[in-house]
Every structure is written in C-alpha cells, then in structure tokens.
Design a protein around this ligand. Structure first.
Ligand code: FMN
Length: 204
C-alpha cells in the first residue's frame, strides 16, 4: 500500500486548486493511506533566529542541542518524518507573484535538511529520498504555456527542482489562465481534473 502525503495550501473560498485536490482524493480508492498536511491550518515554521541556528548547530556542526534548541526544531523535524514516511507526495497551491506561496516555500525550507533529505558527497549534492514520487498541482491566473510567459513561471520549476534536490521525481499539472480566460474557467479546471485522474492511472 502506497502512503500518500497530501500537502495543500488553498486558503481562498471556492478555491480552484482545492478542486484539483478533490479530484485526486476522489480518484484514490483508499483514503486511509492519505495523510493531509493543510498548510493553511498548520503552517510550517519560518526559519528564524532560534530554529535556524539550532538546525545549523545540529545538522552542519554535529553539535548536541539544549532542550530549548531541541524544541525549536521539533516542528520542522516532524515535517521531515512525515515526508520520509510517505511514498507519494501531492503538493497543491496557487501561483502567487510568479512563484510559490510563502507557506509552501516555508514547508520546503523546513524539510530540506542535510543528513535527512539530502547530503553532500564527493560528487556534490545527493537527494536522500529516492523512490518517492511527487505530483505538483498548481492553478494560476495567467497563461504560462508560451514564451515569454513560460520563463516567468518560477513556481512549478522551483517546486520540481526542490523535490529533485531531495531525490524525489516530480511532475506538475497546471490549470493556466483562470483569471485570463474568465469564460472558460470551468472547462480549464475540468481538464486539469481529468489530467489528475489520468496521472493516478499512469502512476499506480
Ligand atoms: C496574492 C496573489 C498573487 C497572485 N499572483 C499571481 C501571479 O503572479 N500570476 C498569476 O498568473 N496569477 C496570480 N494570482 C492568481 C492565482 O494564482 C489564481 O487565481 C489561482 O487560480 C488561485 O487559486 P485558488 O482558486 O486556489 O485560490 C495571484 C493571486 C493571489 C491571491
């Protein structure tokens, strides 16, 4: 049985991204295997003074942490454990300002930890999460399918690079133009939902 980690950030009422997530949940037969991390309700910790310095001390310098420092990194460590326990990851978010919403970047910042999800060896960086696969679901207001817009999408390429950095193969399904093609929103969302269903059939 594949364990699925569903990571979502869909704060808007009537969110179209949430409709793609729902299509995924509906199509996956056994919902028991899905762990849902809702970044709206439980955001990942930002890297700030206390936790960042504790992470550097422990992960890069191999030093023991005080009780206070241990508790400062606990929430990030729990997110790492959650990721490591999953075989499949589904990450869903809308494009914000040409990139990942800050909450999603904070999740990556929490889980990308040396010695846990990646390492540095003789030949350079190496992901430690081989064998996992990720599906990235994104909706955006503009249409990023043709240049010069393709190069302005810093969201899914970044998410795929960060997954790859951890050794996780990933694929993105994007619903483009939801604010641009206002009379075709339902059709665009429905096509993306069909792509989600097709992805599940190809990847089980
Ligand atoms: C704060 C904010 C920033 C946004 N920035 C962009 C953007 O840079 N490019 C874009 O195409 N759409 C942008 N949008 C539009 C959303 O990506 C788009 O409407 C998306 O489908 C919203 O998803 P949702 O329905 O799940 O909330 C932005 C929306 C918000 C609220």
């Amino acid at each position: 049985m594949m364990k699925i980690l569903l990571v979502t950030y869909t704060p808007r009422e009537e969110s179209n991204t949430a409709k793609l997530v729902q299509a995924y949940i509906d199509e996956v037969g056994d919902k028991q295997n899905i762990t849902h991390l809702d970044l709206v309700k439980t955001p990942a910790p930002l890297l700030l003074e206390e936790n960042l310095n504790a992470l550097i001390k422990r992960n890069f310098m191999g030093m023991a942490l005080s009780e206070g420092e241990r508790s400062a990194v606990e929430s990030a460590d729990l997110l790492v454990q959650q990721l490591l326990a999953a075989d499949r990851i589904v990450l869903a978010f809308p494009m914000y300002n040409l990139s990942l919403p800050a909450t999603v970047k904070a999740w990556f910042d929490a889980i990308i930890q040396i010695g846990k999800t990646f390492t540095i060896g003789e030949s350079g960086y190496q992901g430690l999460c081989q064998g996992k696969k990720a599906l990235i679901l994104m909706t955006c207001g503009g249409d990023f399918t043709e240049e010069p817009m393709v190069s302005m999408n810093h969201a899914t390429p970044l998410a795929e690079s960060l997954m790859g950095f951890m050794g996780i193969e990933s694929e993105s399904i994007i619903a483009h133009g939801l604010n641009q093609y206002v009379d075709r929103v339902e059709q665009i969302v429905s096509q993306a939902q069909q792509n989600v269903v097709a992805y599940i059939h190809q990847n089980t």
